[in-house]
Write a protein that binds this ligand. Structure first.
Ligand code: ADP
Length: 174
């Protein structure tokens, strides 16, 4: 498994099979990454999202990418941070695992994630990066040979540094 953190607008990434959207339970659009994904994909994305009837926190659903440079968007709903005792870590881990499961089932080999939950949802970025990287490595050990490359598209330097540090740290443990 190749893990990379890059500083990028996820809607501009054109070299993966699917990007992941940090959506909300309605799947009908919002701010942050979600707003950017809907703007870049065009109104057909919202039409398809309407047919999905939402998505519970921790789960994931796939749509086409429409006007995005990638073919598919995997929409996942991260947990809102309430201090850490409300199952936030398990739910964030589920977002990564379920998104990768969908990608693997479709035969995708590369996926780009945003920093799920660390914007409006308030999840501390260092904690989120730890869970994100460990879940991706756990997935790779359970489903070897499916998804080969995972990229985190980080919007700012602090987020980039957090994911890069965790990748360096945890890659050393496998
Ligand atoms: P959440 O509601 O899951 O917290 P947000 O979209 O508010 O999601 O933020 C998640 C992270 O994505 C934040 O680090 C935010 O700065 C970042 N972000 C916002 N827009 C983009 C974008 N176009 N590409 C990549 N990351 C983005």
């Amino acid at each position: 498994m190749i893990l990379e953190a890059v500083k990028a607008d996820i809607t501009k990434i054109d070299y993966v099979d699917a990007i992941v959207n940090a959506a909300n339970e309605s799947l009908l659009g919002g701010g942050g990454v979600d707003g950017a994904v809907h703007r870049a994909a065009g109104s057909k994305l919202l039409e398809e999202c309407r047919t999905l009837h939402g998505c519970p926190t921790g789960e994931a659903k796939i749509t086409k990418g429409y006007d995005l440079p990638v073919g598919y968007v995997i929409h996942t709903v991260g947990p809102i941070w309430h201090g850490g005792s409300w199952d936030e870590e398990r739910l964030l881990s589920s977002c990564y695992y379920n998104s990768l499961k969908i990608a693997a089932d479709r035969g995708f080999t590369s996926v780009a994630f945003p920093s799920i939950s660390t914007g409006v949802y308030g999840y501390p970025v260092e904690k989120a990066a730890k869970t994100a990287v460990s879940t991706v490595l756990d997935f790779a050990s359970k489903e070897p040979g499916s998804v080969e490359k995972v990229i985190w598209a980080c919007f700012d330097d602090r987020t980039l540094a957090a994911y890069q540090a965790e990748i360096d740290l945890q890659k050393g443990t496998i």
